[in-house]
Design a protein. Structure first.
Length: 125
């Protein structure tokens, strides 16, 4: 089990309810999330460890590399409405304040041009 300090740094004080929400999301991945996860898991991309549906503070990010402080978000059509845009903006600001970079991709990008998505992630790593 990780030390208390490691856990705080890794999750930035996430609450138990946020961990539970992350666990539920891992059980119900979208097809785009499944596709990208199959290429990120087990340190397949540049030897970097990624976690999926990772709790950070009050949020859950789709994919997270703690070593690089990189969060990857996959967005579907529901991210087009104003409420979702504001939520995403607030989350990105909080993560940036913690020195975490957020890369966002549309689900369609993952489904139709996964190589380009991987190139963009690799360029950051």
């Amino acid at each position: 089990m990780p030390s208390q300090k490691h856990s705080v740094n890794l999750h930035l004080g996430a609450r138990a309810s946020t961990y539970q929400h992350a666990k539920q999301l891992r059980a119900t991945q979208t097809p785009a999330e499944q596709k990208l996860w199959s290429l990120l898991r087990n340190k397949q991309l540049k030897g970097k460890k990624f976690r999926r549906q990772h709790a950070i503070a009050d949020y859950v990010v789709d994919f997270y590399c703690h070593e690089c402080k990189l969060a990857i978000e996959l967005d579907g059509n529901h991210h087009n409405n104003e409420e979702a845009k504001e939520y995403d903006k607030a989350r990105t600001i909080l993560l940036n304040e913690q020195a975490i970079t957020v890369l966002r991709f549309w689900n369609e990008e993952v489904r139709k041009d996964i190589e380009k998505v991987l190139e963009k992630i690799s360029a950051y790593l």
